[in-house]
Ligand binder design. Structure first.
Ligand code: TPP
Length: 620
């Protein structure tokens, strides 16, 4: 039997010696690698946090203590060791274990995560609740250096002093976000990690670990040490300045060292931050060499994939990035920004070609959007490429800073729609409903590269607030190749793709292809040819085009890769009703619930985005 099996769960960790712990970590890594490559998953971050997790679980007791992982993409060892070893095989599969912690999945998941930088606030909430309820347990937030740089984290750090509670923050510093981390705070962390004065402080803390002092005694001993060190030129430390004790930096792959420090922290009676250094992708030559590539991989990834990358079909992100490179060549005012998603949005080549016109702001969606608004107010033409799900963080900035003053910012809304295995936290299905309600914004969805390029060029000419939404995955080859030479339809207009009668199928963006396929099915099974339309503009609607369709078709079927509530179907139904048309509108799209992890195709089927369902809606 493997050591991992015989250990079982976190309770089995207590009796293990150093060699056994090292062997166990190797087994954990093998399991994480095997399942992540097979099912897809967040590999590099989880590999880097194996020893940290083991040390945490040997010191803190998750039956009482609360451990909150920020983002939650580094928690695979934790899932395995908190009674989910067998379920781990089903990671990210439909009906299987979720990739991120989820409150209702397990009594050991203390917070639902996926979006970054929430752990310190959540831990503060848990800690205050503990104090108010008179309970006695520890609350630990485990946060990466990328997630720490976000404003939400700083709001939480700022609040801790006033809360007079105790949170243990473990800063898991691998010097990386998804790509290398950026910014002044990153420099500060780097300086702390190498400063000899802090190395000295670290040695003092370690020495203190050998003693038996508890609580306040430790605090007094440490402040004495710090005072002495201050005279030795202890550099400014942002955490200390905010009254959060800083301990570190420690080796995040040395279980014994971390355990001692964690035990000391448990006996300390105030909030503190423990800085541990880890290596992203630790344990395998390939994952250590390519931590960005292995940050998040799809199902069926080969460990040697980065070296033999096959030419994948062009992704929507790639099509957008190429179009932006062309646009930037035409006009020096074009600037591109991303909030820590340079790889996901395929902006590497743009950044290389235009280093002065490309900004990776780190995980800072709100800042990125207001920064873009500032650039636009100063006469430039900024494009923000951002995943739909993370755009939620910037709702107010879009309303208040971009659309109200009508600034010419273009939002490239990537991963708009169902995203597959990342599941509930990452679905990009809410941008349409809330953007529809924001005045001044033009919202469009290209069905192919021709329209995408057309929309971009027109935006540049018109200088308006605009959002383009495009989904995860490959741009449809059929539409791309057949449309290489076509002339785009006019600005603001829907496009008639197939003229028929009786039923009109309305697609938008990614669902246009579905509507063409469904029309074939309908024609095959009924002999009647439905009309097919690409809506193109979600806001403002093409009223003239809709009048023509509504007056000539008794039945309209819409399909959208977006929430039905507040979506395109609702917009057209309301328009038809308001104008007194008798046509009935039937809609397929994402129902009013969070859609869990599964493949994107399974999620499409679950939401009725299938030819069978369109046929049913067209004929029922
Ligand atoms: C609000 C938000 N923006 C972007 C992301 C995408 N994202 C997931 S992990 C990650 C990097 C996190 O870096 P860090 O906290 O240092 O953890 P590491 O991956 O290095 O372990 C990013 C940008 C996210 N999850 N949430």
């Amino acid at each position: 039997m493997s050591l991992l099996k015989s250990v079982g769960d976190f309770r089995g960790l207590y009796g293990l010696g150093e060699n056994e712990l090292n062997a166990l970590c190797a087994e954990l890594r093998e399991k994480i690698l095997e399942v992540s490559l097979r099912n897809g998953g967040h590999l590099s971050s989880s590999l880097g946090a194996v020893e940290l997790t083991v040390a945490l679980l040997r010191v803190f007791n998750p039956d009482a203590d609360k451990i909150i992982f920020d983002v939650g993409h580094q928690c695979y060892a934790y899932k395995i060791l908190t009674k989910r070893m067998d379920a781990f095989e089903t990671l990210r599969r439909k009906g299987g274990l979720a990739g991120f912690p989820r409150l209702n999945d397990s009594p050991y998941d203390f917070f639902t995560t996926g979006h970054s930088s929430t752990s310190i606030s959540a831990a503060a909430g848990y800690a205050k609740a503990r104090d108010l309820k008179g309970e006695d347990h520890e609350v630990v937030a485990v946060i990466g250096d990328g997630a720490l740089l976000n404003g939400v984290s700083f709001e939480a750090l700022n609040a801790l002093d006033d809360l007079h509670t105790k949170v243990i923050i473990i800063l898991n510093d691998n010097k990386m976000s998804i790509s290398p981390r950026v910014g002044g705070m990153a420099q500060h962390l780097a300086r702390l990690a190498v400063n000899p004065a802090y190395k000295k402080l670290k040695e003092c803390i370690k020495a203190q670990c050998e003693g038996s002092e508890k609580g306040q005694n430790i605090k007094h001993a440490l402040s004495g040490i710090k005072l002495k060190l201050k005279s030795l030129l202890l550099p400014t430390n942002i955490f200390e300045e905010m009254n959060i004790s800083y301990w570190g930096p420690f080796d995040g792959h040395n279980i014994a060292e971390m355990e001692k420090v964690f035990r000391l922290a448990r006996d300390y009676d105030e909030s503190l931050l423990i800085h541990v250094m880890t290596k992203k992708g630790k344990g395998f030559a390939q994952t250590e060499k390519y931590p960005c590539f292995f940050h998040g991989v799809g199902p069926g990834t080969d460990i040697d994939a980065p070296e033999k990358l096959s030419p994948a079909p062009p992704s929507w992100s790639g099509v957008m990035a190429d179009a932006l490179r062309a646009l930037a060549k035409e006009d020096p005012r074009v600037i591109v920004c991303t909030a820590a998603m340079k790889d996901g949005t395929k902006l590497g080549a743009f950044a290389k070609e235009n280093p002065a016109r490309f900004f990776d702001t780190g995980i800072a969606e709100e800042h990125t959007l207001v920064y873009a608004a500032g650039l636009a107010a100063a006469g430039l033409l900024p494009v923000v490429c951002i995943y739909s799900t993370f755009l939620q963080r910037g709702a107010d900035q879009i309303v208040h800073d971009i659309c109200l003053p009508k600034l010419p910012v273009l939002l490239g809304i990537d991963r708009a729609g169902l995203v597959g295995e990342d599941g509930e936290t990452h679905q990009g299905i809410l941008d349409v409903p809330w953007l529809r309600a924001v005045p001044n914004v033009t919202l469009a969805a290209p069905r192919d590269a021709v329209d995408l390029r057309f929309f971009l060029r027109e935006w540049k000419k018109r200088e308006i607030p605009m959002a383009l939404r495009y989904p995860r995955g490959g741009a449809p080859l059929r539409l791309l190749s057949s449309s290489g030479e076509r002339r785009p339809a006019p600005w603001g207009k829907l496009e008639l793709l197939r003229e028929g009668s009786g039923v009109c199928l309305v697609g938008v963006g990614s669902t246009v292809e579905l509507m063409l396929e469904s029309a074939d099915e309908i024609e095959k099974s009924t002999g009647r040819r439905p009309t097919v339309v690409d809506l193109r503009f979600i806001k403002p609607l093409d009223c003239e085009g809709l009048d023509a369709l509504l007056s000539s078709h008794p039945r309209i079927v819409t399909a959208e890769e977006s929430a039905l509530a507040g979506g395109v179907g609702e917009a057209i139904a309301a328009y038809a009703k308001g104008r007194g048309f008798a046509a009935r509108v039937f809609s397929a799209g994402v129902p009013d619930r969070f859609i869990p992890h599964a493949s994107r195709q399974e999620q499409w089927d679950e939401c009725g985005l299938s030819p069978e369902n369109i046929l049913r809606l067209a004929l029922s």
